[in-house]
Design a protein around this ligand. Structure first.
Ligand SMILES: Nc1nc2c(ncn2[C@@H]2O[C@H](COP(=O)(O)OP(=O)(O)OP(=O)(O)O)[C@@H](O)[C@H]2O)c(=O)[nH]1
Length: 432
């Protein structure tokens, strides 16, 4: 339904460096992205400009060069490693007489191909439709065909008006369905919280090895492919850890440089899993020459989705590709594990990873006996609501001793919501 490059298509790529501002995308990464969309890059036209031309993005000369490359390679589509405005995309298409897609379009397409769950598919479709709604210029009858009849043209409507209406209707209907799925997901998350099951969320730059590690860790068979974005939806698995008990591991989407904003928006609910996690496992391809840059990009996305405060353990993956390297745990000055070096493919270091996770999770759980007076009803209610109360004991003094066990960050959040500072809380010292 979306104007997308089809698998097996031949593409001419366009990458321009702009001297007036930095922040250009990486041409190598773009080639990988395109290949991972199943499209064959047959040529790359590069150039330098001070800034984009408002009408055609590139200059007349460069356009000529692109046209020649399309003809010489019998290309089906031209892919720009840049965000194009709808009118630029239109103008270039008209000039080249060839389909044109910008970077956002390519990335959306990859996400569309890789989405596995119902929610993921809906999210991508929404992002695509919204991207498209600003670009709708000509007859667009795909929806009608797809939806078998919902798109009958209304009285007096032009095709374009019909298309716009269809698009709006479809967007509305997806919003509604997503809302329903999100509610179910929230319920699941709340239930896990009530049961005091910590969640480990795997995050990382695309291709870092999240799915492979997820498989190793959970011995499940999540699809792992030598392509970018093999993972799109958080896939949840339960795991038993010594001293901790049940833990849920969530595999999440692969992050990339400059993730289009529309996608971050669409995936907000999925990324919520990350925001609410007890511990993030940040998987890093330690063999990648862009390692530090990728770490920074992931940190940026985490900041953007409000997950920068979630405790994090770095997993330096693919040590099998380094010379003579043994798995190990790096600790900070307080002795807390901050980084584990592993190979998800060979399984080297998995035992150390489990040790580090157990240490980090144990450190993050608080177990308190809280003394509550008659005036502390609000705090007591919140503790119950969070499902963190293990036992209650009433004293003759009128106080109640409430035994709670929960993640430290939930404890702090809960206190702040109840308007109680840590110093004000009366804790009874008891050996556990
Ligand atoms: N040599 C080596 N390759 C690995 C290791 N872990 C993963 N890979 C490879 O790296 C590629 C990407 O792995 P995935 O697990 O799909 O990566 P991902 O982070 O889930 O990727 P996205 O879904 O794109 O975000 C695959 O070809 C894996 O076989 C490892 O420890 N060593």
């Amino acid at each position: 339904m979306f104007e997308r490059p089809d698998v097996g298509e031949r593409a001419v790529l366009v990458h321009i460096e702009f001297t007036a501002h930095d922040g250009s995308e990486d041409p190598g990464e773009f080639r990988e992205l395109v290949t991972s969309a199943g499209v064959e890059p047959v040529d790359m036209v590069t150039g330098t400009r001070k800034q984009p031309s408002p009408r055609l993005f590139v200059g007349e000369g460069k356009l000529e060069e692109i046209r020649d490359a399309v003809a010489a390679n019998e290309a089906d589509v031209v892919l720009f490693n840049h965000a194009l405005s709808p009118s630029q995309e239109r103008n270039i298409e008209r000039e080249l007489k060839c389909r044109v897609l910008d970077r956002t379009g390519v990335i959306l397409d990859i996400f569309a191909q890789r989405a596995r769950t119902h929610e993921g598919k809906l999210q991508v479709e929404l992002a695509q439709l919204e991207h498209m709604s600003t670009r709708l210029i000509r007859g667009w009858t795909h929806l009608e065909r797809q939806k078998g009849g919902i798109g009958l043209r209304g009285p007096g409507e032009t095709q374009l008006e019909t298309d716009r209406r269809l698009l709006r209707e479809r967007i509305k209907s997806i919003h509604k369905r997503l809302e329903k799925v999100r509610k179910q997901r929230d319920q699941g998350r709340r239930a896990r919280k009530r049961a005091d099951v910590p969640t480990l969320s795997l995050v990382g730059y695309t291709n870092a090895g999240k799915s492979t590690l997820f498989n190793q860790v959970t011995t499940s068979t999540v699809y792992a492919a030598d392509q970018l974005f093999a993972t799109l939806d958080p896939t949840l698995r339960k795991l038993e850890l010594p001293d901790i008990g049940s833990v849920v591991v969530a595999d999440t989407v692969g992050f990339i440089r400059h993730l289009p904003h529309k996608l971050v928006e669409a995936f907000r609910a999925t990324l919520e899993e990350t925001r609410q996690a007890s511990l993030l496992l940040h998987i890093i391809d330690c063999h990648d020459e862009r390692r530090d840059e990728n770490i920074e990009q992931v940190e940026n996305v985490l900041l953007e989705i409000g997950a920068d405060e979630v405790p994090q353990l770095q997993v330096f993956n693919k040590i099998d590709l380094l010379d003579d390297f043994a798995p190990r745990i790096d600790r900070n000055e307080d002795g807390i594990p901050v980084r584990v070096w592993v190979s998800a493919i060979t399984g080297q270091g998995m035992d150390l990873l489990f040790d580090a996770v157990v240490e980090r999770l144990a450190e993050d759980v608080v177990h308190h006996f809280v003394l509550l007076g008659p005036a502390d009803g609000k705090l007591r209610a919140s503790l119950h609501e969070a499902g963190s109360v293990l036992s209650e004991e009433h004293r003759e003094s009128g106080d109640t001793v409430v035994e709670v066990r929960l993640q430290n960050r939930d404890w702090l959040q809960l206190l702040s919501r109840a308007g109680v500072s840590q110093e004000e809380v009366r804790l009874e010292d008891r050996a556990l």
